[in-house]
Design a protein around this ligand. Structure first.
Ligand code: NAD
Ligand code: UDP
Length: 334
């Protein structure tokens, strides 16, 4: 079984490639390296002892995709490729709509031409906007608050329309909550350029003394300690969810969306405290104003993924904090 992984050199894609290879799938990766490093391909091969077929290229480029599909009989696709920074998407909406939508439409057209109609798509919990109650189930109303989120919601609609037009398609839409952590080898992990926007990469840089202190965005939220609550999920658990989703799309037809989260919410202060404890480091912080657009709390109902995909997360928050820091220590990221 040969799986095409778009964006497979990136953070979630690289961990998913390892799980695919460890589960006996052949893997073809396409990535334009706009947010990743080529040496990750070698690291995936080192972790798994298996070969990765890698093409550098842009998923928006249909001729490039035709070449890949001509050279390999692809059975199913996992589509990670896309831009993902919320703040940047507000400043550069056209860049986000162009890359995320055109890449997906190009991919779907070429998949259709080659009769490959099995897809796992990376969506996000951001499509739930500010949920009215918790935990979030997949049938909650969908709305978005930034261009990045809107690209995900638009793609979900495109996929639903595509399935209505042709019932041979089999599509799993995965709505990720907050992926953190890294492979236990420390070879692959999350390494954003510049000053990170997300909590865990920021904490890791404070621990590594690259940044002085963490700014906690607000302590007056309607949560247990006033700081924002999120559902953090270990990237390895997330990667394993993709194996279950690939099995599902290979065996069944249809389209469905699944939350990939742990179902547990942790506050910013709980994350800071846990990180300090498991890694024996100090994370200096100050409380600052709320960040525009942030919500009080967000965590998943995990029932559907458990029932339909037979998947649930296994790692605890301590594992996530430990593995995130281990990646930095092993790579001495400066
Ligand atoms: P990432 O940036 O690490 O990986 C994305 C990869 O896609 C990168 O290697 C990048 O070079 C590549 N890419 C981007 N545009 C491309 C294009 N047009 N052609 C070819 N390659 C292209 O991001 P990630 O964290 O691994 O996220 C993967 C997917 O999951 C994204 O679609 C993202 O929106 C989604 N997602 C991520 C999170 C998160 O917190 N990390 C949460 C929810 C959803
Ligand atoms: N957060 C914070 N300081 C930071 C980055 C994030 O206090 O430097 C908080 C943010 O307000 C939210 C939580 O940490 O409550 C998770 O934020 P992140 O950006 O990682 O994920 P998202 O907001 O997209 O769920």
């Amino acid at each position: 079984m040969k799986v095409l992984v778009t964006g497979g050199v990136g953070y979630i894609g690289s961990h998913t490639c390892c799980e695919l290879l460890n589960n006996g799938y052949d893997v073809v990766v396409v990535d334009n390296l706009s947010n990743s490093q080529r040496n990750v391909v070698k690291k995936i091969e080192k972790i798994t002892g298996k070969k990765v077929i890698f093409y550098k290229g842009d998923v928006c480029d249909k001729n490039f995709l035709i070449k890949v599909f001509n050279e390999h009989k692809i059975d199913a696709v996992i589509h990670f490729a896309g831009y993902k920074a919320v703040g940047e998407s507000v400043k550069k909406p056209l860049m986000y709509y162009h890359n995320n939508l055109i890449s997906t439409i190009s991919l779907l057209e070429i998949m259709s031409d080659f009769g490959c109609k099995k897809l796992v798509f990376s969506s996000s919990a951001t499509v739930y906007g500010n949920p009215k109650k918790l935990p979030i189930t997949e049938d909650f109303p969908l709305h978005t608050t930034n261009p990045y989120g809107t690209t995900k919601l638009m793609i979900e609609s495109i996929l639903k329309d595509l399935y209505v037009s042709d019932n041979e398609w089999s599509i799993a839409i995965l709505r990720y909550f907050n992926p953190i952590g890294a492979h236990s080898s420390g070879l692959i992990g999350e390494n954003p350029n510049g000053i990170p926007n997300n909590l865990m990469p920021y904490i890791v840089k404070v621990a590594n003394k690259e940044l002085k202190e963490l700014s906690i965005f607000g302590s007056d939220y309607n949560t247990k300690d006033g700081t924002g609550v999120r559902d953090y999920i270990h990237v390895i658990d997330l990667a394993k969810g993709h194996i279950k989703a690939i099995q599902k799309v290979i065996n069944d037809n249809g389209i469905d969306a699944y939350n990939l989260g742990t179902g547990k919410g942790y506050s910013v202060l709980e994350i800071v405290n846990t990180f300090e404890k498991v890694n024996n480091v100090k994370i200096p912080y100050k409380i600052v104003d709320r960040r525009a657009g942030d919500i009080d709390a967000c965590y998943a109902s995990t029932v559907k993924a458990k029932e339909m995909l037979n998947w649930s997360a296994e790692f605890e928050i301590e594992d996530m904090c430990r593995d995130a820091y281990n990646y930095v220590l092993k790579n001495k990221i400066k």
